[in-house]
Design a protein around this ligand. Structure first.
Ligand code: HEM
Length: 448
């Protein structure tokens, strides 16, 4: 027989207010008190359900018909409403299969090698600049947006537009910070500021330019064997079985420009912060990179030797998951495990607090990359930085391969140091991001 998830003892609205105003503490409190999850009543609207148990989370993510995505929930959606990050049902399924070949093993190898070349060029610039202080998050954003555009869209957008992109994403992030409005009726953020509109228009326009140029180069017969995502999307237009809504390609391009770089930039920033605070881990990464990498750009082949670096990255994604939560909505009164989730419930799966729960991870607040060598089944089950189920991140392989190479190369050649307080002020926008950049000193390692 199914039951309702337990309610927290405090009055519903009070809980909802705490969710809106002090989200980290609210989530950590809920995580500590409920093994499976809780249902917070909110007067006049369906409950807010927080799932804390990895089994329930996995089940909900495996059932997109019962737990579809929340309409228009974040910046990506407001900028590109039909992109893969937002679409559901037939359109999602069509688009995912058009794009799947661009994410195959072969493409991941090509992506890793492109990332390797790009990080080589960036490392040379850093070395030439000598010791300096800079915003690490901005550096990582400019790196990953250029890599994403080159690999997915077949064109490097260059430094200036990459920097512009960082500004646009800052604006979008500020608009979408979780606040009290998140839990009020009609839980759909509606950013209207002129600044946001400008950022959104800028991203759409850039996407259109990239598409136009690619159409021209395809029409001119250039690079007939290209298999990047944009080429696949344009070619699919000739397939009579494929039906694109208006602006579909533009929406996908904008979506991938955002989804393909932002989380990766954040993950690199967090990993480099953790390494700055853990000198022994940094020493081990440097030693591994010294042994694995040659003189030229890092390549996909080097990954087999970078196992500790990869564990460091996995551990950083646990402690600071850039996608801190996954959001769904109950479609009808649905049964989940032993519970009934009422129709319309907002369902939050807080990766942030699940990843820091001592029931699944020994000494959960400790940065311990070697836990991924021990790989206890409970930890593996609870760990979902890329989500799971049919909507799991399509770029996971890209992100893991590319980031491991970036980390190895940067840590081999540079001391990157940030203050202990660098991540004290984190913001829960749809992604987990530093409130105001991350100031770092970057110093070439002697002899490089
Ligand atoms: C460390 C880096 C990354 C993290 C932590 C991350 C995380 C995630 C998560 C948690 C989801 C699931 C969201 C949901 O279920 O609602 C997701 C979906 C997605 N990600 Fe990533 N991602 C990363 C990198 C990338 C990259 C490099 C790309 C593109 C190349 C990408 C493209 C996407 C897309 C298109 C989806 C939607 C997939 C679908 O619904 O079919 N992500 N990502």
């Amino acid at each position: 027989m199914s039951t309702r998830l337990p309610e927290p003892p405090e009055a519903g609205l009070l809980n909802a207010l705490r969710f809106g105003t002090d989200t980290f503490r609210f989530l950590e409190g809920i995580q500590a008190r409920f093994d499976d999850g809780t249902s917070v009543s909110i007067p006049g609207r369906p409950p807010l359900v927080v799932l804390t148990g990895p089994d329930l989370v996995g089940e909900a993510l495996d059932r997109p018909e019962d737990f579809p995505r929340v309409p228009a929930q974040d910046a990506v959606t407001m900028i590109a409403e039909n992109g893969l990050v937002q679409s559901e049902g037939a359109l999602w399924s069509q688009q995912r299969s058009v794009m799947a070949p661009s994410f195959s093993g072969e493409q991941v190898t090509a992506y890793a090698n492109t990332t390797g070349r790009r990080i080589e060029a960036r490392a040379d610039q850093w070395a030439a600049a000598g010791a300096r202080t800079t915003d690490l998050h901005r550096e990582m954003t400019s790196l990953t947006v250029r890599v994403a555009s080159e690999i997915l869209l077949g064109e490097d957008i260059g430094t200036e537009r990459a920097d512009q992109f960082h500004e646009w994403m800052q604006v979008a992030g500020e608009e979408f910070e979780f606040g009290i409005e998140t839990v009020l009726p009609d839980w759909v953020p509606t950013p209207t500021s002129g600044e946001f509109e400008q950022a959104a228009a800028g991203i759409r326009e850039l996407s259109e330019q990239l598409i136009e140029r690619r159409r021209e180069s395809l029409a001119a017969g250039e690079r007939p064997d290209a298999s990047d995502m944009l080429t696949m999307l344009i070619r699919a237009e000739d397939n009579p079985d494929i039906d694109y809504p208006e602006n579909q390609i533009r929406d996908e391009v904008a979506t991938f420009l955002i989804a393909g770089h932002e989380t990766t930039a954040l993950s690199l920033t967090y990993t480099l912060c953790l390494l700055s605070w853990h000198p022994e881990a940094r020493r081990r990464v440097r030693q591994e990179a010294d042994e694995a990498l040659g003189d030229g750009p890092p390549t996909h082949d080097d990954l087999a030797e970078l196992t500790y670096t990869r564990r460091v990255y996995d551990e950083a994604l646990r402690l600071y998951p850039p996608a801190w939560g996954v959001f769904r909505q109950a479609n009808g009164d649905v049964t989940l495990g032993q519970y009934t989730i009422p129709d319309g419930s907002a369902v939050i799966m807080p990766l942030w607090s699940i990843h820091r729960d001592g029931s699944y991870f020994e000494q959960p607040d400790t940065f311990d990359p070697d836990r991924w060598e021990r790989r206890t089944p409970r930890a593996v089950d609870a760990y979902r930085p890329f989500s799971s189920g049919p909507h799991a991140c399509i770029g996971r392989g890209f992100a893991l391969a590319g980031s491991t190479l970036v980390l190895a190369r940067l840590v081999r050649d540079f001391d990157i140091d940030v203050p202990e307080s660098a991540l004290d002020d984190l913001r829960l926008t749809p992604t987990l991001r530093p409130a105001d950049g991350v100031e770092a000193t970057i110093q070439p390692v002697g002899g490089r």
